[in-house]
Write a protein that binds this ligand. Sequence first.
Ligand code: KDO
Length: 337
Amino acid sequence: MIQSKTRRGTLGGLAAAGLAIGVALTAMPAAADAIKLKISTPAVEADWHARMLTVFKDELEGSAPGEFDVEIHLNATLFKQGTEPVAMQRGNLEMAMISAQDIAKQIPAWSIFTAGYLIRDPAHQQAVFRGDIGEEMYGLVEDQMGIRILDVAYLGTRQLNLRTDQAVSVPSDLDGVNLRMPGSDAWQFLGKALGANPTPMAFTEVYTALQTGAVDGQDNPLPTVRAAKFYEVTKQIVLTGHLVDGVFLSMSGGTWNDLSDGQKDKVVAAAQAATAFNNEGRLGDEAELVAFFESEGLTVSTPDVAAFRGQVQSMYLDSEFSSTWPEGLLERINAAE
Ligand code: KDO
């Protein structure tokens, strides 16, 4: 939680995620006039948010037989990471999982969700995005970008993952560390706020960059560190927990507006089944993965999280980003439960 310097919010309690695994239905072959839904993502096949797209496809093609033809493109083979929103806006892509950082490029107010140590945990993320704040902020995306957000998926809590074995306890220990962060201002600022020297790079290049030493480390949630095999080319994980991250399963407004009301309901239901599958799998993984990484020979340590939180929160509050945050939104996010 970040508290505004002028007003103090209150901490919210935890709520159980209570999510069920989506049931995969056997899909019918697509009819010739089925609505094509191409989905582009940089995610690797083994990661939960890639796997949830198959749940989406099976659910939708099962509930609306012959009406949709969902085509999943992983590993950024169709569109480069971060270019998906514009591809949807130009009518070249029907669906993607977009980040708050992508949205903030066009709607600066969304940078509030790119701030480290703001969302407290997965339950808080659900409370924020599935309540009135989500409704309002999704409305901005629909009105200003022409993109319909279907649901948020928990991407996991981001941790540091380094190829060096230096001890990291406080932000100054990251001085001079070339930390790969995704390529946008919001992501780069997060790397800087952590105390590192951020290096922009697409997700698809990270494994090789870690292997060759082009970067000293990267940050991602633990399930992604395993799915993308970053643990093979790194030595340690530092549990900073600096960003409770989400990706937003979205559809281009043009495609969405052409759907019948019944089709819209089925699309939303399939999206929710998909995110429930993702969230459950990812939370389960996060509870178990420290032991896995240790068994692979990595050191897993807990730094002085209060020191990281203090530096990161104060840098965000003093930044240009916070001047774009709508009045009162920070307090509402802090109070959401
Ligand atoms: C990454 O590039 O580190 C990141 O985790 C950023 C997310 O917003 C998202 O794009 C994700 O990569 C991809 O889906 C790959 O997992």
